[in-house]
Ligand binder design. Structure first.
Ligand SMILES: NC(=O)c1ccc[n+]([C@@H]2O[C@H](COP(=O)([O-])OP(=O)(O)OC[C@H]3O[C@@H](n4cnc5c(N)ncnc54)[C@H](O)[C@@H]3O)[C@@H](O)[C@H]2O)c1
Length: 358
């Protein structure tokens, strides 16, 4: 059964590949005379583009801009080369960018679209689990800069999002596991029953229901606070530390992918919640019991704690009173604006280290 979720001024459709027929009709009704480009990375070009073109034949002769897979493509130089291509194509305000890929393509393509000629329309066709459950909703677009994640970006909504669950069939297992980090996060900040239900079905996950449920949770939070002045910060649980870990290892041979870093970030921030006396130790133990067999939890050497903690100072939520973390007080209950000293964070890293090496 297809799911339709209404975000502020755009719809998100979640279904099997029949969603692409709806996409085709959407193009016919709204963009039949517009120029279009598809942005894809090498993998989605190989695995997803043929499916897309088969279901939407009108896209068969559309220009495809191919980028390298991976976080390294969320870079200003890649944006510049795409803007050059759009300029050469005399792309105008009435034209449409179609982003076909994981969160890297949807973040980059959304950002490129939001800046070019002060904004052209774009559609998101997210193809990874992470992009489907998370990057598909909320209007955040962006790229990395000077080694910092999402340092440059804009809030810009797509005109629509079409999610074909069948695209997940070609996604590597490591990437599927990574996407599940955000699914668990949605449960941990807002819905304990969802957290436990997902855990109970890990061997046979119903992705269509999971994607739709996660989007609904995120959408409800975003609708109430689009520009992250208040409760939208709930979605940052695990991300202050997780982004710092991701940025830190981005520069090394041991690169962690997004969800792997966020899973560790959630555990360290849950440790912090216990240190601050707002989360019972039994709840923390329950999160470890779910995460430890599921995620590849990296043992972060003591020498890395300080440089990682330094990176948390760049977090966009900070404003002078320490590191601003979103923590949890129970499974299913997030709490924002928990200002944290570097010493508390060090202790949280230490407790994580002890627990996963026990
Ligand atoms: N804007 C937001 O709200 C938001 C939310 C969460 C994450 N993000 C961003 O998303 C990015 C991570 O997204 P990601 O995990 O999707 O990474 P990604 O885009 O790099 O995709 C992961 C890998 O899977 C491949 N892939 C994607 N779909 C595939 C498919 N169907 N079949 C085969 N291979 C496929 C990609 O080529 C890539 O190698 C990060 O940059 C993060 O900051 C943004």
């Amino acid at each position: 059964m297809a799911h339709r979720i209404q975000a502020s001024d755009y719809s998100i459709l979640v279904s099997d590949k029949s969603v692409l027929t709806e996409f085709s009709e959407f193009l016919e009704s709204n963009y039949s005379t517009s120029k279009k480009v598809i942005i894809a990375d090498t993998n989605t070009l190989e695995h997803c583009l043929p499916v897309l073109v088969k279901e939407v034949p009108s896209l068969s002769d559309v220009e495809v801009i191919e980028i390298e897979p991976g976080e390294g493509s969320k870079d200003l130089s890649i944006c510049a080369s795409i803007w050059e291509t759009l300029t050469e194509l005399t792309f105008s305000r009435n034209d449409l960018i179609i982003n076909l890929g994981g969160g890297v393509v949807t973040d980059l393509g959304g950002f490129v679209a939001s800046i070019y000629k002060r904004g052209v329309d774009f559609v998101q066709l997210p193809t990874s689990l992470l992009a489907q459950v998370d990057a598909s909703v909320g209007g955040k677009t962006g790229i990395d800069f000077m080694g910092y994640k999402n340092q440059l970006g804009a809030f810009q909504n797509p005109v629509a999002v079409f999610i074909n669950i069948d695209f997940l069939r070609t996604l590597e297992k490591r990437q599927l596991v990574s996407g599940m980090a955000e699914v668990f996060k949605h449960g941990l900040i807002a819905d304990k029953a969802y957290f436990e239900a997902v855990n109970a079905t890990l061997s046979n996950v119903d992705f269509e229901t999971i994607v739709a449920t996660s989007i609904r949770i995120k959408n409800d939070i975003v609708q109430a606070d689009t520009f992250e002045k208040g409760n939208r910060k709930l979605l940052n649980f695990g991300h202050t530390v997780g982004h710092a870990i991701e940025s830190h290892y981005l520069e090394t041979e041991e690169e962690l992918i997004h969800g792997e870093a966020i899973a560790i970030g959630m555990l360290i921030e849950a440790e912090l919640s216990v240190i601050k006396g707002i989360l019972p130790d039994t709840e923390l133990a329950e999160i470890y019991a779910v995460f430890q067999p599921f995620f590849p939890l990296k043992n972060i050497a003591e020498a890395q704690w300080e440089p990682i903690i330094k990176l948390t100072h760049q977090d966009k939520k900070n404003h002078g009173e320490g590191i601003n973390c979103t923590l949890i007080t129970l499974l299913g209950k997030g709490v924002i604006n928990q200002f944290t000293a570097a010493t508390e964070l060090t202790k949280a890293f230490q407790n994580y280290h002890i627990r996963i090496t026990l």
